[in-house]
Design a protein around this ligand. Structure first.
Ligand code: ADP
Ligand code: MG
Length: 249
């Protein structure tokens, strides 16, 4: 469904991604792990065009998403960008909810801006989705009145509201108090069980092992190894992977 092909990204002369190849099948859950600074966020941001790749291509259901001219990557048109944002959801480490809007208004706004949904329909869908993530009782609360775990569940509902083909999660629980993480992880587990295609950058090895089908170890801007989550996490092939897993255990 989602294919990342020879993706590179440099910031000036600092090369962050050195040719990443990755694919996700429909319904697959892939965990992206690796040391801090290894390029996980940059990879996710390049996939949904928050960041312009330096070279390479991202294809969704056979449609190339990265605009090129004469072989070079160029900025996508507003229309192309909107299409990407609709099809590829993103959940951020820092939630990124609008502070001046309630939980429900955040989700209504997203639908109206990206899909042009009518007000009543958007509101009804927002309520349904808030219920789904266990936040129905907080529809009228502003982000500042919610815990990190609650804000992240609203952010997940917002992302679901656009009915994306795939959702990218960038360390969705890193900014949340440990005791509040499980409520977010269980929402993610339910999504996975419902068949959502997900690429999740995470340091939650329990989640990776129990929920993800495959784990990819990204290090120094390249994929060092990947495989079924259980075998990669329990019996990594490379010393570097072993070292990383020991360090975060
Ligand atoms: P990770 O998410 O795995 O911690 P990142 O993708 O955030 O890794 O960062 C990878 C590298 O890219 C780091 O060295 C970081 O400093 C650099 N980097 C990320 N974003 C930018 C940017 N906008 N400008 C310059 N360097 C950046
Ligand atoms: Mg990151």
């Amino acid at each position: 469904m989602l294919v990342v092909d020879s993706l590179t990204k440099s910031f000036g002369d600092h090369t962050v991604l050195r040719g990443v190849d990755l694919h996700l099948d429909k319904g697959e859950v892939v965990a992206l792990i690796g040391p801090s600074g290894g390029g996980k966020s940059t990879l996710l941001r390049c996939i949904n065009q928050l960041e312009l790749p330096t070279s390479g291509q991202v294809t969704l259901d056979g449609t190339p998403l990265v605009s090129t001219r004469g072989g070079a990557v160029v900025a996508p048109s507003a229309k192309a960008l909107l299409r990407v944002r609709r099809q590829i959801g993103m959940v951020f480490q820092s939630f990124n909810l609008f502070a001046n809007m309630t939980a429900e208004q955040n989700i209504v706004f997203a639908q109206r801006a990206a899909l042009g949904t009518g007000k009543d329909e958007a509101r009804e869908r927002a309520r349904t989705l808030l219920e789904r993530v266990g936040m129905g009782h907080k529809a009228g609360s502003h982000p500042s009145q919610l815990s990190g775990g609650q804000q992240q569940r609203v952010a997940i509902a917002r992302s679901l509201a656009l009915d994306p083909r795939v959702i990218l999660f960038d360390e969705p629980t890193s900014a949340i108090d440990p005791e509040m993480r499980s409520e977010v992880l269980s929402v993610m587990r339910e999504l996975a069980e419902a068949g959502m295609t997900m690429l999740v950058s995470t340091h939650e090895m329990g989640f990776a092992k129990q929920v993800s089908d495959r784990t990819v170890f990204l290090c120094d801007g390249g994929i060092l190894e990947e495989g079924p989550s259980r075998s990669l996490l329990e019996q990594p092939t490379h010393d570097r992977t072993r070292q990383f897993l020991r360090a975060i255990a």
